[in-house]
Write a protein that binds this ligand. Structure first.
Ligand code: ADP
Ligand code: ZN
Length: 618
């Protein structure tokens, strides 16, 4: 029923794709699998693309849409971002539009008309819109270049972002069998990959699975002492004046942390599902548009945010799964420049998450899954080897130690914790046996240290045989040991009060059949990045003083242009492009056109102004 061209159309020479890449986007070569993906789809074939955030997925459907006849239909769950996505395309001269519920009837009609008369290269819509009979009828009358299914993992019920509307997308295979389809996602374990291929009927597709490594992101996880102060230190010593996302689990802590930062003169805005939709939209927009604003958010924030210059992502609470964590941290450094993924986590996180799972409504199977997710997350936090290697292993990839995570950069020292662990385990056993009492972590530590309190006097804890058996360690060292024992399944925290019990791997330790090495808890280190000077932007980190000043001048110019045009600064030029301009100091329009990220339209629009900024700085 589709009117689109048959898939047998000869695929244009790869040089056509390169020509578009250079003229429209201003880039001179494809990255990774981009060229092969573009060739596959441009030639009429289907594709499944698994590529990490920042890998360059958009070009994989944008360029085929430009090369094939007709309009590329982009299906995305993110209505709030469509206007920006379209604006970014228009900024490079692509004819794009969106159809969603924010448009007035006459605006939607105008877009439909443009579609039918072939005036659009790309059209964005959400799945719930697409499956309406009216929309399907409209698409049936239009000439279609392709369907791009963005955030394709949303079709997976096992994934963490399931959207029921995505299930309706099977209609594409049925009603438009000759229109090529490309599904893209940045999160996919093997199970999700299989499920999305199945559900989207992509049996004939070629699969392109890129490495999920994000080498420019430095992963760091610290024990939580005073999370807000730790965050403040991260921002002021390493990311002053830069954009970042801070994730918290609850709405309340989002509000508190945002206020805490504001009170210390750091521009920050809250974002969570409890805020009015208009406030949320406003905060998101300001985050996208401003240079150096911090958004403090629940995980409700971020999917599809393609702000390229987010320099850090901080977690103040333990995420629920590695998939979620990796997706969230992946929002840092899309532009490929050095960025930080930082987390503070503590014993309390583990206890409260376990409780949350135990109390949740889900089935036993669901709870088992949730616990397995949490255990994997814990293991990542407590690993003494490369964090990146461990993350990638989770996604089925192997990697050598990365030299760009905290455990690689300063490998933790270890200590022989065999005896301490035995003491702790026997304390747990004895408390249970002697008194039929079960304690949470804080109480067990008090007993082992023999710390008197109102409660200890009341319950006559001094009479316990394990009272004061652990005074060789400080409370902080005990907490650190407990976290590590939890992560290894040697102890477990259960129920509402997080009472400690023996874990599945307690036996060999308790019976002295094995020795146990634990990491020494580090006092939080300050900036670990190698640098001798402090610059206002990490993007310009590698630059000498003169180019750095040019970069700052260009950045100031960009801010004023963005404000005038009411678009986010990165739509004028990305940080990466400004860095390249500052370094190469092009003296002519021709030389400027050679810089990566400077396409024909932007050259015409901004070329003279950029040269002038450089001249003033010469
Ligand atoms: P994803 O959607 O996979 O997260 P994007 O498509 O947003 O990634 O691309 C990330 C960044 O990389 C963007 O700023 C994009 O313009 C840039 N980019 C993509 N492909 C190339 C390329 N071949 N050369 C240079 N920059 C590229
Ligand atoms: Zn590493």
């Amino acid at each position: 029923m589709s009117a689109s061209g048959p898939s047998a159309a000869p695929s244009p020479a790869p040089s056509a794709a390169l020509e578009v890449l250079s003229r429209v986007f201003g880039y001179d070569s494809f990255r990774g699998d981009q060229a092969a993906i573009i060739e596959q789809v441009t030639g009429g074939g289907d594709a499944v693309v698994l590529m990490p955030t920042g890998g360059g997925k958009s070009l994989c459907y944008q360029i085929p849409s430009l090369l094939r006849e007709g309009t590329g239909i982009v299906i995305s769950p993110l209505i709030a971002l469509m206007a920006d996505q379209v604006a970014a395309l228009e900024a490079v001269g692509i004819r794009a539009a969106y159809l969603n519920s924010t448009l007035a009837a006459h605006e939607a009609q105008a877009v439909e008309q443009q579609l039918l008369s072939g005036e659009l290269d790309l059209l964005y819509m959400a799945p719930e819109r697409l499956v309406l009979p009216r929309t399907l009828d409209l698409l049936g009358r239009a000439r279609l270049a392709l369907f791009a299914i963005d955030e394709a993992h949303c079709v997976s019920q096992w994934g963490h972002d399931f959207r029921p509307d995505y299930l309706g997308l099977t209609v594409l295979a049925e009603q438009f069998p000759t229109v090529p389809r490309i599904a893209l996602t940045a999160t996919a374990t093997e199970a999700t990959h299989r499920e999305l291929t199945e559900r989207l009927r992509l049996h004939e597709a070629r699969h392109f699975v890129a490495s999920f490594d994000r080498p420019n992101i430095r992963y760091r996880i610290e024990p939580k002492n005073n999370a807000r102060e730790q965050l403040l230190r991260l921002i002021t010593t390493e990311h002053e004046g830069e954009s970042g996302i801070v994730y918290c689990l609850s709405r309340r802590s989002v509000e508190q942390v945002a206020q805490f930062l504001q009170e210390r003169g750091i521009p920050a805005l809250p974002y969570h599902a409890g805020l009015e939709a208009s406030v949320r939209r406003d905060h998101q927009e300001r985050f996208l548009r401003a240079d150096g604003l911090i958004i403090v958010a629940t995980i409700a924030f971020g999917m599809g945010i393609d702000k390229p210059d987010v320099r850090f992502v901080a977690h103040l609470d333990l995420p629920k799964s590695i998939e979620g964590y990796y997706q969230e941290t992946g929002r840092a450094g899309r532009d490929g420049l050095p960025s930080t993924a930082w987390m503070a986590y503590g014993l309390g996180d583990v206890v409260s998450q376990r409780r949350f799972i135990d109390d949740s409504e889900g089935s036993e199977q669901h709870k088992r899954n949730a616990r397995a997710h949490l255990d994997a997350m814990l293991a990542l936090c407590e690993t003494v080897t490369c964090r990146r290697a461990q993350l990638l292993r989770y996604f089925g990839e192997h990697s050598a130690p990365c030299e760009n995570c905290d455990t690689c950069l300063s490998p933790p020292e270890t200590w022989d914790a065999t005896v301490a662990a035995q003491k702790l385990l026997s304390a747990i056993v004895r408390l249970d046996r002697e008194r039929d009492q079960r304690f949470g972590a804080g109480q067990v530590i008090d007993v082992m240290l023999g710390r008197e309190s109102e409660r200890s006097r009341r319950s006559r804890h001094e009479e316990l045989s394990v009272w004061g058996i652990g005074t060789e360690l400080s409370p902080r060292q005990w907490r650190s040991a407990m976290r590590q024992l939890l992560a290894r399944g040697i102890i477990e925290a259960q129920g509402e009060y997080g009472v400690l019990v023996l874990g599945p791997h307690a036996g060999p330790v308790l019976h002295g059949e094995t020795t146990l090495e634990l990491a020494v808890e580090r006092t939080p280190v300050k900036a670990t990045r190698p640098r001798s000077r402090r610059g206002p932007s990490r993007a310009a980190e590698g630059l000498e003083i003169a180019p750095r000043e040019r970069f700052e001048a260009l950045r100031a110019w960009r801010t004023s242009v963005a404000r005038d045009k009411q678009i986010p600064p990165y739509m004028v030029f990305s940080d990466a492009t400004l860095v390249a301009i500052a370094e190469h100091q092009p003296a002519s329009i021709d030389a400027l056109s050679q810089i990566s990220g400077v396409g024909a339209k932007k050259l015409a629009e901004y070329g003279d102004a950029v040269l002038q900024v450089l001249e003033e700085r010469a």
